[in-house]
Design a protein around this ligand. Structure first.
Ligand SMILES: NC(=O)C1=CN([C@@H]2O[C@H](COP(=O)(O)OP(=O)(O)OC[C@H]3O[C@@H](n4cnc5c(N)ncnc54)[C@H](OP(=O)(O)O)[C@@H]3O)[C@@H](O)[C@H]2O)C=CC1
Ligand SMILES: CC(C)(CO)C(=O)C(=O)O
Length: 311
């Protein structure tokens, strides 16, 4: 593989556009597969406002579903929302080559297996993004803060391609932590996402400060983090109790923040309920671990979806 591998981003929304821009800065050829933003990006490229500077760029190629790729990429980076109706296996199929490395930058737990099973000969790199970035308009993205990625091979390990991708992100200005145990890292991230993301939706888009400062809010979040921790431990990923305090204190130090699920909810878009919460509750059930707080949130969100005529 060359020093400047070819990158194809499938689902260049907030996350895909931002990390695509970083790889472009690092000297890679970066192409995108788009849906609703196709015309805007074809005409004006991808515009990104960021504290890192103006990261706007013209993708090397702009595709949409149904196009035939001019060449298969070295790395295919998938950044779509993980939703029950979205067939990610089929979505990447037209763009995968024999040697393409599949990279996920997506939230949630247990989200890799269907892709790993469908493409057993294409190594899969799983990434967790710690960033605040959102789409403002077609092809226009606002990066507010942070950007670190944690990445490793799924289900475990680190290989040379993983190291190469990490180096490219670092050259583009992003902090990277490589991990041998990316599933354990997904559980660690879920300590935060699984309580905060759905809770913010149930509380009509509440930000982190509102959640923690409402009477009983911090206690509720602590109980939920504890439940996630118990499920993780039963699943083979024990974590230190001190992470509960660390998550609360870290969140208190941040400015009031609306997570990606809160933004989806407020903008009338589907939320990643199953990837972030339902999968944790399903694993709890398999291990016979009671998760009353998480289950209450899950069922409440299902009731809301039923009223809204969604799944
Ligand atoms: N935003 C953030 O700050 C963070 C997000 N994450 C995670 O990153 C992942 C991506 O989130 P984010 O970038 O915010 O989401 P966005 O909604 O901004 O982007 C998703 C993109 O996928 C596109 N897409 C969906 N289906 C298709 C398709 N069939 N063909 C082509 N494009 C398609 C959407 O296009 P269309 O407009 O047509 O729907 C959209 O451009 C999620 O798992 C999220 O939880 C993690 C940490 C922080
Ligand atoms: C951790 C956090 C809050 C930002 O990276 C996130 O994952 C989200 O917004 O869903």
């Amino acid at each position: 593989m060359s020093d400047n591998p070819s990158i194809l981003i499938v689902g260049a929304g907030a996350i895909g556009s931002f990390y695509g821009a970083i790889l472009k800065q690092a000297g890679c050829s970066v192409s995108v597969v788009l849906r609703s933003d196709y015309d805007a990006v074809k005409a004006h490229g991808i515009r990104i406002k960021s504290p890192l500077g103006d990261l706007s760029f013209e993708p090397d190629r702009v595709y949409r579903d149904g196009d035939v790729p001019e060449a298969v990429p070295d790395f295919l980076i998938l950044c779509v929302k993980v939703l029950p109706g979205v067939n990610r296996v089929a979505m990447v199929a037209p763009w995968m080559g024999e040697k393409t490395r599949l990279v996920l930058i997506e939230n949630g737990l247990d989200i890799e297996k269907e892709l790993a099973d469908a493409y057993p000969h294409n190594p899969l790199i799983s990434c967790l993004a710690f960033i605040a970035v959102s789409r403002k308009d077609s092809g226009v993205v606002e990066h507010k803060a942070y950007g670190r990625l944690v990445m490793g091979l799924y289900p475990q390990g680190i290989d040379d391609h993983c190291r190469q991708l990490a180096r490219l992100f670092k050259n583009g200005g992003i902090n990277i932590d490589l991990t041998e145990h990316v599933v354990g890292e997904r559980w660690r991230k879920c300590l935060w996402n699984t309580p905060f993301n759905p809770l913010s939706v149930i509380a009509n888009g509440a930000d982190t400060q509102t959640i923690l400062e409402t009477e009983g809010g911090e206690e509720l979040v602590r109980a939920m983090i504890r439940e996630v921790m118990e499920v993780a431990a039963a699943d083979g990923y024990p974590m230190d109790e001190s992470l509960i305090d660390k998550n609360i204190e870290g969140t208190r130090r941040m400015p009031a923040y609306k997570n990606s699920m809160a933004l989806d909810y407020l903008n009338g878009r589907p939320i990643e309920r199953e990837a972030v919460l339902g999968n944790v509750v399903a694993i709890a059930r398999r291990h016979g671990i009671p998760v009353p707080h998480l289950n209450t949130m899950l069922v409440t969100l299902k009731m809301r979806a039923a009223l809204e005529g969604r799944d």
